[in-house]
Design a protein around this ligand. Structure first.
Ligand SMILES: Nc1ncnc2c1ncn2[C@@H]1O[C@H](COP(=O)(O)OP(=O)(O)OP(=O)(O)O)[C@@H](O)[C@H]1O
Ligand SMILES: [Mg+2]
Length: 478
């Protein structure tokens, strides 16, 4: 019996009871009633000030602030704790959004202060402790503006702009836009995951670097060069970048630009928060198939002009190879990040098999791996097309890939001894051999035409050449 009088034992009993009491409160939801009562008691010891945000002003015009606060409140996670919440379908399929119900109170924390919002009829009431008001109110309202802008930015519909030839009215080059709905994301691109993560974090830090660029007196832009053989995912990657950044895309067709000043004009007309793309820059430069001069392109890349009309632009240039390109184009500052897009190796093949066929493993995988190890390769586009064509039968799809790897007409097949693979199976060094050729799957007589699907528009390219390879491992090299 003496144990009952032991203070340690009593303390233990007290702890256990408190713990059980808390568990019961949480499990039954009674905790919310306790919190409400506690808040009521707390309120008796504080003086509050109230601010009303009515939906309409005295002339019955909509109050913009009401809209902003409403959107902000609906984005708070505490909305899930209110007693009543309205559920609506969102814009995206399967999206459900929460909306604050009238007469509900929402709690928010800002700079260590507790702020309450009461949703009264057509008015939102802000309740703040007088002691916190001076310190917190202004920055809090500013914070609401910022969050609203960010939310707005996220849900805006993206656009793809394309430059068209001079109008009849003699005006300079113009942009025409269509909704940008390309489904490509970083997740759908088969690429070394390390490299993919590097690009993502590079883009992320670019987005957050406004002050930094300003302090350096530099235009807030970042330029990427995507280079590699045809069908390796460069255009899809541009689309993935735009989707990741939530930026519009300006796709410049240099053959439709009549001179250097028109290129400047197009840049001036582009808006901030956009990806500006010039595809196949090496081809334009080598074939001289554009009226724009090299210096016109260099000035464009420097983005001198963009500083006068907003900032925050990402420039992307794609090339099949950079060996024959003027080094001035590639110098750091003009191109900040070089990303190499190699032909498919076994790792990329597995990613494609997973996304196109839902295969994580298959009895034919070792055979495919062996062929890759012997140096055979196709572009992800070629392999993707074979998989799509045979998507109802994974075995047939793999057999057709094996067949195509053995017999691909580019001379890039198993007989190609000019390549070696690094130990981890990724291509580190390749040499250019083989004849230019189309892409054909010999099995079953299927011809696999190479369709270029850029930004939802179908383009067919006829000038397929043997790809010029690069010794770079595809990392940031400038
Ligand atoms: N790495 C990849 N991962 C997933 N899909 C890919 C990849 N590379 C290519 N594809 C698929 O192949 C098709 C063609 O790719 P894309 O147009 O992006 O290649 P590209 O490198 O831009 O070619 P080109 O140099 O001829 O313009 C797309 O439908 C894309 O989905
Ligand atoms: Mg392309």
């Amino acid at each position: 019996m003496t144990i009952l009088y032991n203070p340690f034992f009593l303390l233990l009993i007290a702890f256990v009871s408190l713990f059980l009491f808390r568990v019961v409160l949480i499990k039954t939801g009674l905790i919310h009633i306790v919190k409400k009562k506690w808040r009521f008691i707390e309120d008796c010891f504080h003086v509050y000030q109230f601010f009303k945000v009515p939906e309409f002003n005295e002339s019955m015009q909509r109050n913009q602030l009401y809209q902003k606060v409403f959107v902000y409140l609906n984005s708070l996670t505490s909305i899930e704790d209110s007693d009543f919440t309205n559920l609506f379908t969102g814009k995206k399929p399967n999206e459900i959004v929460l909306r604050l119900d009238p007469n509900q109170v929402l709690e928010d924390d800002f700079l260590g202060a507790k702020i309450f919002w009461i949703n009264e009829d057509k008015t939102l009431v802000l309740k703040i402790r007088k002691a916190d008001k001076r310190r917190v109110l202004r920055p809090y309202l500013q914070h609401i503006h910022t969050v609203f802008d960010e939310l707005n930015e996220k849900k805006r519909d993206l656009k793809l702009y394309m430059n068209v030839l001079d109008d009849h009215d003699g005006q300079n080059g113009r942009w025409r836009s269509v909704p940008f709905t390309h489904p490509s994301t970083f997740e759908t691109i088969a690429m070394e995951s390390d490299l993919k993560n590097k690009v993502k974090s590079d883009l992320d830090s670019f987005l957050k670097a406004k002050q930094y660029y300003n302090r350096l007196g530099r235009v807030w832009k970042r330029s990427y060069l995507l280079y590699g053989p045809s069908g390796t995912g460069k255009s899809s990657f541009v689309a993935a970048m735009a989707n990741f950044l939530n930026y519009d895309v300006y796709d410049i067709d240099l053959s439709k630009v009549s001179d250097d000043s028109e290129l400047k004009f197009l840049l001036l007309q582009s808006t901030a928060k956009s990806v500006i793309v010039i595809e196949d820059l090496d081809r334009y430069l080598s074939e001289k198939s554009t009226a724009v001069s090299l210096s016109g392109i260099l000035n464009f890349m420097d983005g001198i002009l963009s500083s006068c009309c907003g900032e925050e632009r990402v420039m992307v240039f794609t090339m099949n190879g950079k060996d024959h390109v003027d080094p001035a184009i590639l110098r750091p500052g003009r191109i900040d990040v070089h990303i190499h897009f190699p032909l498919c190796d076994f790792t990329a093949f597995k990613t494609l098999a997973n996304s196109y066929l839902g295969l994580k493993d298959h009895k034919l995988f070792p055979q495919v791996e062996e062929i890759f190890q012997n140096g055979a390769s196709l572009s992800p586009a070629e392999i993707g097309e074979l998989m799509i064509a045979n998507r109802n039968s994974p075995s047939r799809a793999l057999k057709s890939v094996i067949n195509a790897l053995h017999t691909d007409g580019d001379g890039r097949g198993a007989l190609n001894i000019g390549r070696r693979l690094s130990d981890n199976g990724s291509r580190k060094s390749v040499e250019e051999i083989g004849e230019p050729s189309g892409v054909f799957c010999k099995e079953g007589g299927h011809a696999v035409k190479e369709f270029k699907k850029l930004y939802g528009l179908l383009r067919i390219k006829s000038n397929r050449k043997s790809p010029s390879f690069d010794l770079s491992s595809g990392q940031k090299d400038s």
